[in-house]
Design a protein around this ligand. Structure first.
Ligand code: ADP
Ligand code: MG
Length: 356
């Protein structure tokens, strides 16, 4: 049989490279909002408001009251690999922020219409800029210059993402209903609102009179869990804190006890403040609660692990959710032991209360 004739190898053009890269970072509205939310938190915001139309495909808007972006930085804001968060690869080992790759805004600007209105404390007005394919573009039709324009605004940043995936129809088609996408957005905001209790987060559909997430400034973790998962969980929560110097881990968790059971379990895991999936952790807690709860009953678990960054790969891709770490079994055992003791104490004090 005839061998195929080799075709010449060519470099992809810059536009194709950017679109492929953007598609890897921004796969659906919910990971777009995750990136934007992390930027607001990195900026030190205490109040973050998310507004959504059509599951985020028509509009994703996020307003924060953080440090803002310097006007001088606006022209390069959406270029790939521009960041204010690290200067060199070595800085990654002590990363104190979520972001560092400088890819999120760049990616969004390739697959949506993006505008940014921002004000730092030092500016007397806000500045609005628009972006397309990594570049700053005129803010309005009719304007010739790709300059930021002055406008009214509070300290902080407003990011508006419209018509997500307008130029990638196959991606658009691969998404499910806008109500499914909206639930995913709500889940991201909800989980970050629990992990960042104290920072107020609001998530609502545009034109809706009530919000689907609405946490208060200064609220506690318990408040925010109770708000969304109900009083039944809240009153059963026990808090567990363990630290282990040799394993290089600090764990803080909120767990439901023996008197609470849901049809479906809730497992929220944050590793070094990033929302992750961790199947081995989930399995371990399923095993633990399997002996505690009746069959078909499941717990609420929210666990935040701070692990020595050399033991987790921090250089994971933004959309990589499943994360593993060293000494997993030892760390799980440590937490489950502490949890067992806490639950025992809780049940003792309960029976004591009942007696008196
Ligand atoms: P990264 O977060 O990895 O640095 P991004 O593309 O997400 O990359 O953001 C690029 C830069 O834009 C950030 O480093 C930061 O300086 C700035 N920025 C983005 N969003 C905000 C925001 N909400 N408030 C203040 N600065 C922001
Ligand atoms: Mg970022």
């Amino acid at each position: 049989s005839a061998k195929p004739v080799p075709k010449p190898i060519r470099a992809l053009d810059a536009r194709t490279v950017s679109l492929v890269a953007a598609g890897e970072v921004i796969q659906r509205p919910s990971n777009c909002i995750k990136e934007l939310l992390e930027n607001c938190l990195d900026a030190g915001s205490t109040s973050i408001r998310v507004t959504v139309k059509e599951g985020g495909l028509k509009l994703l808007q996020i307003q924060d009251n953080g440090c803002g972006i310097r006007k001088a930085d606006l022209p390069i804001l959406c270029e790939r690999f521009t960041t204010s968060k690290i200067k060199a690869f070595e800085d990654l080992s002590q990363l104190g922020t979520y972001g560092f790759r400088g890819e999120a805004l760049a990616s969004i600007s390739h697959v949506a219409h993006l505008s940014v209105t921002t004000k730092t404390r030092d500016e007397s007005c806000a500045w609005k800029a628009a972006y397309s394919n990594g570049n700053m573009v005129p803010v309005k039709a009719g304007l010739k210059d790709s300059q930021p324009i002055p406008c009214a605004g509070n300290d902080g940043t407003l990011i508006v993402v419209e018509d997500l995936f307008y130029n990638t129809p196959t991606r658009l088609k691969s998404l499910r209903s806008s109500s499914d996408e909206y639930s995913r957005i709500v889940a991201v905001v909800l989980h970050y609102s629990i992990h960042n209790a104290g920072v107020s987060m609001v998530c609502k559909k545009a034109n809706a009179s009530t919000a689907d997430v609405n946490t208060a400034v200064g609220a506690s973790v318990n408040d925010n869990i109770g708000l969304h998962y109900g009083e039944a969980v809240r009153k059963e929560l026990v808090e567990v804190v363990v630290e282990h110097a040799e394993l290089g881990v600090k764990a803080k968790g909120w767990f439901s006890g023996a008197n609470y059971g849901a049809k479906k379990g809730t497992y929220l895991f944050f590793i070094n403040h990033r929302l992750v999936d961790c199947t081995p952790l989930k399995r371990a807690f399923e095993g633990f609660y399997g002996t505690l709860l009746a069959k078909g009953s499941h717990p609420f678990v929210y666990l935040s692990l701070e692990i020595d960054p050399t033991k987790v790969d921090v250089n994971v891709h933004p959309t990589k959710r499943e994360v593993g770490f060293e000494d997993q079994d030892e760390i799980v055992e440590l937490i489950c032991d502490a949890l067992a003791k806490k639950l025992e104490k809780a049940s003792e004090s309960r029976s004591f209360k009942v007696q008196t």
